[in-house]
Write a protein that binds this ligand. Structure first.
Ligand code: SAM
Ligand code: SF4
Length: 341
């Protein structure tokens, strides 16, 4: 009797678990290491040297890796970042491809907001769900000094466009630095409360490209909270799962403010993240000093199962925590802008 060939069965999803039992469901994908700002806590004034374009993953390669992550490894959320991800040409088209499968992960974006006014609606239409916009000051002169570019007005328009496009929630991320903008913590929170954005303050980390981070200039979570408590009545919100932000409700409003205390209160024990750099290197931690070269596998003709294996091996080797502050801590060779924050 003739037999009819059946299509290959869909691969089973097996959770991406490390040796400490942490299950990884969140993927950060850097789409470029380039940026149109030069935030002083992130990059030097000139450069740094950019990745050569042929080394960047193509859209097809990004789509394939995200599909493997979703279908085989249980990745449920994908955050697009950089460098500045809005500089990636054809971004709405890439978002539409990533969002198309029925089992697509939820897509969000971290951006400096400079180009958001002209792209927010197209990104929402393409399937982007949420956005985080970095904004460290509301003062034009200070913004120009801090980012070395005069683009505050564009960012404010970008935030409004994101909200109008239905990207929700719109989160605003600020990195307070001592002697630079820590006095604006209450004003930034008040701005977010007024506009319906969700404010989050992030402790600065030793991940700047120029290696100039100093612990004394980091504004700690305790100090951030002290400044917020001077202006608002706050009530702690129970922490959700592996979320990095500790959150507080601003009493008398619908607003919530968050603090991401990566340095003083590390949340590595609940980490569920893996990261893919723009040149296709898988990192099991922001602070990892080793990477797995998925681009070489992709371009060498590896099948999905081989890429899945390499991905699992990389996660299996993840350490218990970043150890900032311990004698053995070593900064990663790549800065934040080239890893994807
Ligand atoms: N360009 C986009 C932006 O600024 O949102 C995306 C990439 S940026 C590297 C991602 C996040 O990392 C931003 O919120 C930025 O403020 C944060 N960041 C950059 N350098 C940092 C550092 N040294 N410590 C803590 N956060 C940092
Ligand atoms: Fe660019 Fe974002 Fe780094 Fe600022 S923090 S220089 S916007 S990558």
């Amino acid at each position: 009797m003739p037999t009819t060939a059946l299509p290959d069965a869909a691969p089973a999803v097996r959770p991406l678990q490390d040796r400490f039992g942490r299950v990884h469901t969140d993927l950060r994908v850097s789409l470029t290491d380039r940026c149109n700002l030069r935030c002083t806590y992130c990059m030097p004034e000139e450069g740094p040297g950019w990745l050569p374009r042929p080394e960047l993953l193509t859209d097809d390669e990004v789509v394939r890796l995200v599909r493997i992550g979703a279908q085989r490894l249980g990745i449920r959320t994908v955050r697009l970042t950089g460098g500045e991800p809005l500089l990636r040409r054809g971004l709405p088209g890439l978002v539409a491809r990533l969002a198309a499968p029925a089992d697509a992960p939820e897509l969000s974006l971290t951006t400096n907001g400079v180009g958001l006014a002209r792209s927010a609606a197209a990104l929402r239409e393409a399937g982007l769900r949420r956005v985080n916009v970095s904004l460290d000051t509301l003062r034009r002169d200070r913004y120009r000094e801090l980012t070395r570019r005069d683009r505050l007005a564009d960012v404010l328009l970008g935030l409004a466009a994101a909200r109008a496009a239905g990207l929700a929630p719109v989160k605003v991320n600020a990195v307070p630095v001592r002697g630079v903008n820590e006095d604006e913590i209450p004003e930034l929170a008040a701005f977010a409360v007024e506009h319906g954005y969700r404010m989050r303050f992030i402790e600065s980390m030793p991940l700047d490209a120029q290696g100039a981070w100093q612990r004394e200039r980091m504004v700690t979570a305790d100090e951030i909270l002290e400044r917020l408590a001077g202006r608002f009545a706050l009530e702690p919100v129970p922490r959700a799962g592996s979320a990095p932000a500790e959150e507080w409700r601003v009493l008398g409003t619908d607003a919530v403010v968050g603090v991401i205390a990566s340095v003083t209160r590390p949340f590595c024990g609940g980490c569920d993240r893996v990261r893919l750099t723009a040149d296709g290197q898988l990192r099991n931690c922001l602070f990892a000093t080793a990477e797995s070269d998925l681009r070489a596998l992709l371009r060498g003709g590896a099948d999905d199962a081989a890429i899945e294996d390499a991905w699992r091996t990389a996660v299996a080797g993840k350490g218990p925590g970043h150890g900032i502050g311990s004698a053995s801590f070593r900064r990663p060779d790549r800065p934040m802008s080239a890893i994807g924050g």
